[in-house]
Write a protein that binds this ligand. Structure first.
Ligand code: SF4
Length: 712
């Protein structure tokens, strides 16, 4: 380690690194940056039994930390990182995920975001099931966990540039003893964009030994990076050496090994024939989305574009010489990387850099949704969002909203400081991003997210509030991820009813609903909106990545009773869970565990003032055509629906009249589905879990019941 003379250790906490037992250490590391407290907390059996780990632990500790009036930038808000009992095993793909939980600056309620990289598993192996950070430091600090020695320090170290591509590499160098030691370091960091906006995200690093490069994965959603910087955290750094597959001390190692071997063989044989994630990463979704009218184009107006072919192929850009797993053992390896990309704009203009990505969501957000069909632009935006610590989804969806406002005369060059924010203007998109990151010009407004922009545009620029509510693609204050949901009623509810806001990780039902037509009735859709959010929540409780569940499937999957659930993989996951923990859980048991945590999160929303039916409403752009242009672009489809579904003859009607009829019908369908889902979930017609539901799920804690009773 160098530069020790400039290092100032503010607090030191020594502990006994603890061997994990069946995936758990049963303690959390608590850090308070206001008074520099560092201590261990024991996790009780009761807490473990109900909350399991990962997102469950995040919710549990955040609930204890905050009241219903706590704001994101109050010192008592916490950032909690936890990954869960399965995380860290190296025998199966996708086992290194952490979940980060905090109060979001844009939604005002809980945000949970899952992320790869090595930090979470290293934290577990260092003896901690979760890291809980509260308070605010006076100056920028690093929280350093040396899991080899059993020492936690809060320290000031020479930092320089805080943007991730510089800082993560610098801290990896700083805390490692040698080139070989770099693989034992993981850094959590963000960048100047998180300082100056509400859409800050966190980068979790891992060292790519073959390519000798620091790589990153993102906890992107909901402004977690902005909370991180508000607490004056420069970075969390962890060191842990000697990773091996047995560190979870699992109950049945053979069961895990056998399951892993079977899955690795399946990935090797099936992935090249199916999605080819190993070569294409999640970019493989781009042509599928475009072909099925699902790719967001120009603020979700359209679902396809002739120029989309320019952004669907990426294999030639990616480096294929190493492994792209974001944790050991991930043979799916979708974390693709581009080397030697020369930047054309911004503070690092002219430099050749590594770009982690792009993912499908980034391509949709900063490419098609802003009307730019150019791979180099997408890479440039991807790089700068990452290093600035800005969520690509919130940035792209926000920029698309601004562009539609600009094209409708709500904004103009006087307001934007000269930026001509028409769809397709890539220079303006890049300039907007740099301004957000610097907290300059129109970027100061754009960086606040769509919900706050809507208010500003109405109050200061006289915009029509109904139009902005229709086209501003956010729900609960979170910007939409990148799928057109107009033709999938189930996906509309998947977005609208998601606990954290409009993210698809709870329910991604578009294909089942519209392409495969497997859930035709309200009851079918409600059942899917029960099963899939609960099953998907479970991944976040135990530390798993969802992609190996259904992006690679067994050869005979289509012949099974419920191919959309991938039954053989569900069996694999039960083997992993039971193999690690020693339980003998069934699918019903894990769904029960998830349902408990999910309902607790719904009540948490209620605590923060957003857990009712009115908060499950969605912008009409995600339901149907808002404008004449949109309707007429799919006139045949909508006219047919008028005739066949609604029973109205479209002939002789103006487009505006037809839009009105379609809207009334679609909005009613949405409300019926919401009612059906509430009923299926055991909630009131206002979307509040009933006391019976809370009791059945064993989350009827006195403070939970007391809160719910006030709203019934
Ligand atoms: S499938 Fe991709 S995101 Fe998931 S663990 Fe593997 S590399 Fe990471």
């Amino acid at each position: 380690m160098s530069e020790d003379q400039a290092r100032k250790v503010i607090q030191t906490f020594k502990y006994e690194p603890k061997r994990l037992e069946r995936g758990y250490s049963d303690r959390t590391l608590y850090v308070n940056l206001s008074d520099n407290t560092v201590k261990a907390k024991t996790i009780s059996e009761e807490t473990k039994d109900v909350f399991i780990g990962g997102r469950g632990y995040g919710l549990y500790y955040l609930w204890q930390a905050v009241t219903g009036v706590t704001k994101w930038n109050d010192p008592e808000n916490e950032i909690i990182i936890s990954c869960g009992p399965i995380a860290g095993i190296t025998q199966y793909p996708g086992t290194g995920k952490s979940i980060v939980v905090t109060l979001s600056p844009t939604t005002g309620t809980v945000i949970d975001s899952n992320v790869g990289g090595y930090f979470g598993p290293f934290m577990k192996f260092s003896g901690w099931d979760a890291l809980e950070v509260q308070g605010k430091a006076e100056r920028d600090v690093v929280v350093y966990i040396d899991g080899d020695k059993g020492v936690v320090t809060i320290e000031e170290v020479p930092l320089g540039d805080l943007n991730t591509h510089v800082l993560a590499e610098r801290l990896t160098d700083y805390y490692s003893e040698s080139e070989n030691d770099k693989k034992n370091i993981s850094v959590v960091s963000t960048g100047t964009g998180a300082d100056n906006s509400l859409m800050g995200m966190l980068n979790f690093s891992f060292y790519d030994r073959k390519r000798k490069a620091v790589r990153i994965k993102q906890a992107g959603r909901g402004g977690i990076g902005s909370v991180f910087r508000d607490k004056n955290i420069a970075a969390f750094v962890i060191k842990f050496s000697n990773v091996n597959g047995d560190l979870n001390n699992p109950a049945d190692k053979k069961r895990i090994n056998d399951t892993g071997i079977k899955m690795h063989k399946e990935v090797a044989s099936m992935d090249p024939k199916q999605n080819n994630m190993r070569k294409r990463g999640t970019t493989m979704l781009t042509p599928i989305a475009n072909d099925n009218d699902l790719l967001p184009v120009c603020n979700f107006k359209f679902g396809t574009h002739p120029d989309a072919v320019k952004i669907t192929k990426w294999e030639d850009k990616f480096c294929h010489t190493g492994s792209d797993g974001c944790w050991y053992g991930c043979t799916v390896g979708c974390a693709k990387v581009v080397f030697g990309f020369e930047l054309r704009t911004g503070p690092y203009k002219g430099q050749k850099v590594l770009v982690d990505g792009p993912e499908y969501e980034t391509i949709g957000a900063v490419g098609s949704n802003v009307g730019v069909f150019d791979r180099d632009h997408i890479l440039e935006c991807n790089f700068y969002c990452d290093t600035y610590g800005i969520d690509t989804i919130s940035f792209g969806t926000g920029a698309a909203f601004i562009m539609e406002c600009y094209e409708n005369g709500i904004l103009n060059k006087d307001i934007t400081g000269g930026l001509e924010l028409n769809f397709g203007n890539r220079e303006a998109v890049m300039e907007l991003l740099h301004q957000i990151a610097g907290g300059e010009g129109f970027g100061k407004i754009a960086g606040q997210g769509i919900r706050k922009m809507k208010k500003i545009f109405v109050e200061q620029y006289g915009a029509n509030s109904r139009f902005l509510e229709d086209i501003g693609m956010e729900a609960k204050g979170l910007e939409y991820s990148e799928y057109i949901s107009k033709e999938s009623l189930a996906q509309q509810a998947g977005y609208g009813m998601a606990n954290k806001g409009a993210q698809h990780d709870e329910a991604w039902l578009i294909f089942m609903d519209t392409v495969l037509k497997q859930i035709p009735t309200f009851e079918d859709k409600a059942e899917a909106l029960h099963f899939f959010p609960m099953f998907r929540t479970w991944f976040g409780l135990v530390g798993l990545c969802k992609l190996p569940w259904n992006d690679v499937v067994p050869a005979n999957n289509a012949d099974t009773d419920e191919p959309q659930k991938v039954p053989e993989h569900v069996e694999n996951y039960l083997n992993l869970y039971n193999g690690v923990t020693g339980k003998e859980a069934t699918i019903d048991d894990i769904l029960f565990e998830s349902e408990a945590v999910y309902n607790f999160q719904r009540v948490f929303n209620l605590k923060m003032g957003v857990g009712k039916r009115e908060h499950d409403s969605i912008p009409y752009r995600s339901v149907g055509p808002v404008t004449v242009e949109e309707y007429e672009s799919r006139q045949e489809r909508y006219d047919d629906q008028l005739k066949d579904l609604i029973g109205v003859d479209p002939s002789g009607k103006s487009t505006e009249e037809k839009i009105k009829v379609v809207r009334e019908y679609r909005e009613k369908q949405y409300e019926i589905l919401v009612d059906t889902v509430y009923k299926r979930r055991g909630w009131t017609d206002q979307g509040i879990p009933t006391l019976d539901t809370l009791k059945r799920l064993r989350v009827d804690f006195p403070d939970v019941v007391g809160l719910v009773k006030k709203h019934l």
